[in-house]
Design a protein around this ligand. Sequence first.
Ligand code: PEP
Ligand code: MN
Length: 338
Amino acid sequence: MIVILKQNTTEAQLNNFTGWLASQGLDVHISRGSYETVIGLIGDTSKVDEELVKSLEMVESVRRISDPFKSANRKFHPDDSVVKVDAEGKVAFGGGRFGVIAGPCSVETKEQIISVAGDVKKAGAVMLRGGAFKPRTSPYDFQGLGAEGIRLLLEAKKETGLPIITEILSITHIELFEDIDVIQVGARNMQNFELLKELGRLKKTILLKRGLANTLKELLMSAEYIMSGGNENVILCERGIRTFDNTYTRNTLDLSAVPVLKELTHLPVIVDPSHAVGSSKYVESMALAAVAAGADGIMTEVHNDPLKALCDGAQSLTPEQFDRMMSKINMVRQAVAK
Ligand code: PEP
Ligand code: MN
């Protein structure tokens, strides 16, 4: 249920009202927009007397929301959320803030991560990615450097000033992520609900990737797991899904996810074309299409020597290819700017 308040509602009236709602066992989500204040009621609203709420002087209107996702719902929060990566918001996504995240699939050596970090920064990336814990299909493949990978990422941050994003695979590793700026929940863990609940207790920004065969509603429900725990700093990421034809591409990039999600939720939506297409040949065109579709950011894999990469070399751009793509991204952004 959402309650829209009249413009002249005082702080005291608002506190009185939210106090009453809390006494009914409901959580409230308050969104102060430029034109109206929207109160989202979270919990069992079936016993709330709609007529009684409507009769209150400060109430403009009341609407029942049937969508199962509440905190993530745009009806609860009409303005775009701007999700900050650092405390001052030097890097942020959503509400007009756009950024490109780039780096190797996995951290391999100090030289590799520092060299890629420097190259992507020079080309205009706002954040460095790199996997320390890798979710590989085969247990015989490189599993990542683990804690050492995180240490190397932090060295790259010190060297370049770029904030860091890296993927978490297990709750048991959570302490290792203390100095990491954004924690990534990968496609394979999108429905690891115990992990999501734990991340909901943090204040850190979480990048939540869509699962290989998950609907947009399921993605939003997973975001809801994090947000209902108190962590509203969630960025969504479309990274391609399994379809009947993944002969020539690793997955199928569902670009319609961008406008659809942006209608359904106030959370920022970014696109990872690398894992979607699986080949560096197609990454640029899909990145440009995602920008034109209104994505709040792009995440791509870049490697200093893709042929020797320990993971996902085929889809990794060289620093030169990345630099070219960045110039084109800037042109597309200008072309579609409102
Ligand atoms: C990744 O970004 O390194 C990754 C493993 O992606 P995904 O979870 O989308 O497969
Ligand atoms: Mn990868």
